[in-house]
Ligand binder design. Structure first.
Ligand code: FAD
Length: 475
């Protein structure tokens, strides 16, 4: 058959996994092509994920802070929200970053072929060229022959089958479009993505209900962290319905009428102007004709890989959301580097001791390494150092002392095995905990490290001192 392009390395998908893999491959001397169905590089993370959500959360955090200044004797008028400008600001942020990626690709001579890629066999991909939006094909097809490939096709939001098709029922991508501020909004799913979007919309003025099937929000985080978040956020939301699921929805002119089942289910259907479905994401593995290349895909759509990110076909790798949990950008990027290096003949492998998680809500919740829940479930003996921010000068000065910093150490070696932080800037603070875990630091290493005063970061050193029994900042 005809071949339009040839390359050493083909990368399928241009999210954080894909562009990182392509750039590293090119830096290692491979002639690299990246296939992406969207017009811009950056994937979910830059276009409809991490970055736009954080742009909006930043605005929301400042609005909340300004409001809180009343207690310090400073008051401003009620905010005037120009939603078109806010949306434009978010688009500018995305544009800066995706434009930057295009420049970095060009500098490395990474070629982008725009369209939907599918495998023809273990050495060829066919691309159905797209124009405008990601699904609009122009009938043109291009065939790429490759020596090696990295599959980075990512994931997409799960929709609940019983929900009608209606513009007022959206996934996170729809919610990030920020078309208007609904009066009443329902968030189905109390995980990180749902809670982040709920934070943005509530600050902008929506009245919000949250429905979660499990018996707690923010699954994966230790309950003590989540409890602090919930206490601060209870007044923000109308009704947090745990152990409750939305079971039926009807689109009517006055709104979406939703019926609930479960412990906290309201007796009658509730009416909403916007329903956000944030119940998880599903990998795109089944849409790539991977079987034609001999690449195994499991029944859920994940592609199994080894520690070198190789699929069962040894010259084809897979990375990112597509290979499993946690579905996070930083995991995708690190896997990408390993896959590119292995493809280039290096003896690299993915051996992370920890992958951090952060909810960029208010307060932020961040954790890394083992949680207490995991230690208990796995029978790991640990000692804990917990430093309450009520004893942190900086947190008190900030008027935000509700949080705490918690470190977990192996009972025998006293080396750190995990940590969690709830409070403002927790996501930035957890980086030190990540490094400590990777370096195998013990409580003395962390506690005797001089941290700048007065900072929130001191709380990490102090939590280590608590675990070691040498903390002088607590009664
Ligand atoms: P993706 O980013 O999903 O990229 C895959 C790319 O492949 C897409 O561009 C897609 O168009 C393309 N593609 C798929 N199939 C084909 C095909 N057949 N042909 C051509 N192209 C194809 N993670 C964090 O770490 N921090 C956060 O704060 C964070 N916030 C998030 C907020 C939201 C609202 C969402 C939805 C996600 C968030 N995530 C966050 C998760 C993060 O976005 C993902 O983990 C990350 O984007 C995964 O990267 P990836 O490269 O595996 O795939």
């Amino acid at each position: 058959g005809k071949v339009d392009h040839e390359c050493d390395m083909l990368v399928l998908g241009a999210g954080p996994g894909g562009y990182s893999a392509a750039f590293r491959s090119a830096d290692l001397g491979m002639n690299t092509i990246i296939v992406e169905r969207y017009a811009t590089l950056g994937g979910v993370c830059l276009n409809v994920g991490c970055i736009p959500s954080k742009a909006l959360l930043h605005t929301a955090a400042i609005m909340d802070e300004v409001k809180a200044m009343v207690a310090h004797g400073i008051s401003y008028g009620a905010p005037k929200i120009e939603i078109d400008k806010l949306r434009a600001h978010k688009e500018t942020v995305i544009g800066k970053l995706t434009g930057g990626l295009a420049g970095m690709a060009k500098a490395r001579k990474v070629k982008t072929v725009r369209g939907i890629g599918r495998f023809l066999d273990a050495y060829h991909v066919e691309v159905e060229v797209t124009e405008g939006d990601s699904k609009k094909t122009n009938g043109q097809k291009e065939v790429i022959r490759f020596q090696k490939a990295i599959i980075a096709a990512g994931s997409q939001a799960v929709m609940l089958p019983f929900l009608p098709k209606d513009p007022r029922i959206v996934d996170s991508t729809g919610a990030l479009k920020l078309e208007k501020v609904p009066k009443r909004m329902l968030v189905i799913g109390g995980g990180i993505i749902g809670l982040e979007m709920a934070t943005v919309y509530s600050t902008l003025g929506s009245k919000i209900d949250i429905a979660e099937m499990l018996d707690g929000l923010m699954a994966g985080a230790d309950r003590d962290l989540e409890k602090v978040w919930e206490k601060v956020n209870a007044p923000r939301f109308d009704n947090i319905m745990l152990k409750t699921r939305a079971s039926k929805a009807e689109a009517k002119p006055d709104g979406i009428h939703v019926t609930f089942e479960g412990e906290k289910a309201p007796a009658t259907p509730q009416v909403y102007d916007l329903v956000l479905v944030a119940v998880g994401r599903t990998p795109n593995g089944k849409k790539l004709d991977a079987d034609k290349a001999g690449v195994a895909v499991d029944e859920r759509g994940f592609i199994p890989v080894d520690k070198q990110l190789r699929t069962n076909v040894s010259h084809i790798f897979a990375i990112g959301d597509l290979v499993g949990q946690p579905m996070l950008a930083h995991k995708a990027v690190h896997e990408a580097h390993v896959a590119a290096e292995v493809a280039a003949g290096h003896k690299a492998f993915f051996d992370a001791k920890q992958i951090p998680s952060v909810a960029y809500t208010d307060p932020e919740v961040a954790w890394a390494g083992l949680t207490e829940e995991q230690c208990k479930a796995q029978g790991i003996a640990y000692e804990k150092g917990l430093f309450p921010w009520a004893a942190s000068g900086r947190a008190i000065a900030n008027g935000r002392d509700e949080g705490f910093t918690k470190l977990l150490f192996d009972k025998e070696t006293h080396r750190i095995i995990g940590g969690g932080i709830v409070g403002t800037h927790a996501g930035d603070l957890i980086g030190e905990v990540c490094l400590a875990i990777e370096m195998g630091a013990d409580a003395v290493d962390i506690g005797k490290t001089i941290h700048p005063h007065p900072t929130l970061g001191e709380s990490v050193g102090m939590a280590a001192e608590v675990a070691h029994g040498t903390c002088t900042d607590l009664p």
